[in-house]
Design a protein around this ligand. Structure first.
Ligand SMILES: *[C@@H]1O[C@H](CO)[C@@H](O)[C@H](O)[C@H]1NC(C)=O
Ligand SMILES: *[C@@H]1O[C@H](CO)[C@@H](O)[C@H](O)[C@H]1NC(C)=O
Length: 804
């Protein structure tokens, strides 16, 4: 229907143009008419008959190559020969018209025909490219213009491009810009800043719309890539990070990782981390990986030096934007420090008599670790003598807690061990060597509780008897023992005159020669004293036993041998067999075997008449005495002791076989003249007899005078403390009258009733010994009194000197 109306309207328009233009025919047709469409009734419009056209061989003349319009002679109309595209024909030129001539022959005539082609909206606006791309930095400021491609619409007039539309319009607006040539430039203007971080790719559609009816449009895609600008600073995920690290962690340990983000892209978003501490040592201990933000150790971490670190970190992007944060690293303690033992003061030596709780050493403990790791306990090995006391925290004192005894233990190695309570626990120890100094607390001790020494009499003075030895448990000077005799006296004589002791060696020497017959044993005390201050000492009894030697021959006590005198025993002629004539009494001051006496008849006038008791010395008749027997019988008895070698004495016993003394006297001359023994020496015998008689008288005189003297002397002695008067049988010594002996010995009372029991006995009874000290004299006198002296002789005097 539309088409029909269009054609109809064109038809009226043609009529109108013919009417206004004479001689010329002008038609107006729309482009794109179908082939064969009527352009105009040319015959009619030119006023020609169709025969003329035919006869005139009417034809169209044109200089154009293409013929869009043909002439239908028979009908006398112009028809569309080929489809007419106005755009192709005239481009943008308006009006667009075809000009040709219709030429007739016979006669030749021509007519100008103009066919005006009108536009129809047969072209849409088009863009050269379906898509254009932009890269726009997000930092582009508003107002920035971006020239877009124009669209082209081949149509003209109303059908030409009319307007553009851009969608969406978030960021950009369109702006048309009139060019000098009348074209319009299309520009895209940034209305609102771009943000790559929000939208990196933006797609816009630019639509060009023409004014035709129906409207046609063309589109172009505008792809915008928003380029990054460094408009975002890095941002750490936290303002403060916290981390812990144990001390002594190896280098390279990652402590923490910090992260910053940067919304930018590419290098603008590439964050470089760094540590910004400047004043402290942090940068020597930590490093940060520039790229990953890993904070790791490069140094040693010692809790004891610093317990935490504050690390200032910075993250910066390439554009120089930064952010900073803090990393607080707490260091955790590890039990890596042994307790330190410091000896504050120390004594190396203490005296063994130190009081209990004497402080020996003071110790201070220091453990650098904290908490349990730094709690320290100290102890010492099981030492009975010491204990460790703690006064206040970490101060200990080592004190004695029992008595010390250098002699038991002279040195202590005390190991003090201190351990902390960390896990595992660390400990350290120190060994203190403590010497105990000596105190003179031990007296010398003799090796034996008593000593007995033997010495044979008649020793040489100076002979060493034996050695005493004492030990002292102390040390050095305190243990240097010296020996000395304790003052005492033996039989009134200082013991020092008997023995001496060598101070250093303890060797005991005899000072004098001992005589068993005077002293059989004695004892004294030896003192051992150490060199301490004050010195300590002990003493021990030494008993010296003197051993007998057979150094004394038997002594005949009876009958008394007076040399010249003649004493006779009388035997009545009527005496029976076994008549006891007399008894030879002898003693031997030696003892034991040495004093065991035996009696033998050595010689006799008549051997058959007498016998001598071997043991008891009794002379008895062995047969009946008869008148025929000589009045004078002379017996020689030998007394022998049993020593080795034995010693002997002889005694002559005169026996008179008579009833009365006169007979004896008469017989004396016979005795004297008896030449049985003195055959050749009558003269000497007479001389000897005279001498003996003289001596006898002298003897008597001496005895009497001595007796008087002694009596007086004893009187004086009791009043004046005069010298000791030991008893001695008068006949024991030839030198009796001098009162001294060449060798000054003590003599003792001996008594015997039987030679077999003739051991000498000391006159021990206190009542028998009186010790008298004469202060004016160096000597000591002893008076020994014996009531039971075998002889009825009174005591003799003997002076005993002191022997040095
Ligand atoms: C103490 O230690 C020292 C040296 O280590 C050693 O010579 C000595 O014998 C020790 N003493 C004791 C009583 O253990
Ligand atoms: C000798 O030692 C004893 C103990 O053994 C003592 O009682 C006595 O006093 C000592 N004698 C002297 C003189 O020191």
């Amino acid at each position: 229907v539309a088409f029909f109306f269009a054609v109809l309207s064109l038809f009226f328009m043609s009529l109108l143009s013919i009417a206004s233009v004479a001689g010329q025919v002008s038609y107006t047709i729309a482009e794109e008419m179908a082939k064969g469409s009527l352009v105009g009734n040319i015959a009619q419009d030119l006023g020609l008959e169709s025969k003329r056209l035919t006869s005139g061989k009417a034809r169209i003349y044109t200089r154009d190559s293409d013929e869009y319009v043909e002439l239908h002679r028979e009908r006398g109309v112009l028809l569309v020969k080929e489809r007419i595209d106005r755009e192709a024909l005239c481009r943008q030129t308006t009006p667009c018209a075809l000009h040709f001539q219709i030429i007739l022959e016979d006669p030749m005539e021509f007519y100008t025909v103009t066919v005006q082609i009108t536009d129809i909206n047969d072209n849409a606006p088009t863009f050269e490219k379906s898509e254009i791309k932009f890269k726009i930095s997000e930092s582009a400021v508003t107002g920035a213009k971006f020239v877009l491609e124009r669209a082209v619409d081949l149509d003209v007039g109303i059908n030409d491009l009319k307007r553009y539309e851009l969608k969406p319009t978030d960021n950009f607006a369109l702006k048309l810009h009139n060019n000098a040539d009348g074209n319009k430039n299309v520009e895209m203007v940034l209305q609102k800043p771009l943000d790559r971080e929000k939208q990196e790719q933006i797609s816009l559609v630019l639509t060009a719309v023409d004014g035709g009816e129906p409207q046609m449009s063309g589109t172009m895609l505008i792809a915008i890539t928003v380029l990054d600008a460094n408009d975002n600073a890095p941002v750490f995920t936290q303002q403060t990070y916290k981390a812990t690290v144990t001390e002594n962690s190896p280098k390279g340990t990652v402590v923490a990782t910090v992260t910053a983000s940067d919304a930018d892209h590419g290098i603008n978003g590439k964050i470089t981390y760094s540590i910004t501490n400047t004043l402290d040592d942090v940068r020597k201990v930590f490093e940060i990986n520039e790229e990953t933000g890993e904070v790791s150790l490069i140094g040693n971490i010692d809790f004891e030096e610093s317990q935490n670190f504050e690390i200032n970190l910075r993250g910066s992007d390439e554009g120089g934007l930064t952010d900073s944060c803090k990393l607080i690293v707490d260091v955790q303690d590890v039990n890596d420090n042994k307790p330190e033992i410091n000896i504050m003061s120390k004594s190396n030596v203490i005296s063994e008599d130190s009081k209990l709780s004497t402080v020996v050493t003071m110790i201070n403990i220091d453990d650098k670790d904290t908490g349990e790791n730094g709690k320290v306990q100290c102890f010492i090995d099981d030492s009975v003598s010491f204990s460790l006391k703690t006064s206040s925290n970490n101060f200990y004192s080592l004190v004695t807690d029992s008595e010390l005894d250098r002699e038991r233990e002279s040195e202590y190695n005390i190991t003090v061990t201190c351990s902390d309570e960390g896990v595992p626990s660390l400990s350290s120890s120190v060994t203190l060597t403590l010497h105990i100094s000596d105190v003179n607390d031990n007296a010398p001790v003799f090796e034996r509780s008593s000593y007995e020494a033997y010495i044979v009499e008649n020793n040489t003075p100076g002979l060493s008897i034996f050695t005493v030895k004492a030990r002292d448990a102390d040390w050095n000077q305190n243990a240097r023992v010296s020996y000395m005799l304790e003052d005492s006296s033996v039989n009134g004589v200082p013991v020092s005159s008997y023995v001496s002791v060598s101070a250093d060696s303890g060797v005991i020497h005899a000072v004098r020669s001992f005589d068993y017959e005077q002293i059989k044993d004695f004892q004294f005390r030896v003192k051992a004293q150490d060199g301490g201050s004050p010195p300590l000492s002990s003493n021990e009894t030494v008993k010296v036993l003197i051993q007998d030697q057979n150094d004394n021959p038997p002594q005949v006590l009876y009958p008394v041998q007076t040399g010249g005198s003649v004493v006779a025993e009388m035997v009545p002629p009527s005496a029976d067999v076994g008549y006891l004539v007399t008894k030879v009494v002898a003693v031997d001051v030696d003892s034991g075997q040495n004093a065991w006496l035996s009696y033998k008849l050595h010689k006799a006038t008549d051997r058959a008449l007498f016998e001598v008791g071997l043991q008891n010395g009794e002379i008895r008749t062995v047969r009946q005495v008869s008148d025929k027997d000589a009045v004078k019988q002379r017996l020689t008895v030998i007394v022998e002791d049993n020593g080795q070698p034995s010693r002997s004495a002889t005694v002559v016993v005169n026996v008179a076989v008579a009833d009365s003394f006169p007979e004896v006297l008469s017989g004396l001359t016979d005795f004297a003249q008896d030449k049985e023994y003195n055959d050749n020496l009558t003269f000497y015998l007479v001389l000897a007899l005279a001498v003996v008689s003289f001596l006898f008288i002298m003897c008597l005189a001496v005895i009497i005078s001595v007796k008087i003297y002694r009596w007086r002397q004893s009187r004086v002695l009791y009043h004046s403390n005069l010298p000791v008067i030991p008893y001695y049988p008068p006949r024991y010594s030839d030198t009796l009258g001098t009162g001294t002996l060449p060798h000054v010995y003590n003599y003792e009372v001996c008594r015997t009733t039987d030679s077999r029991k003739s051991d000498c006995k000391f006159g021990r009874a206190a009542s028998q010994n009186v010790l008298i000290m004469d202060p004016s004299s160096t000597g000591t006198m002893q008076r020994i009194q014996s009531e039971k002296s075998i002889l009825d002789e009174p005591e003799s005097l003997l002076e005993v000197g002191h022997m040095d």
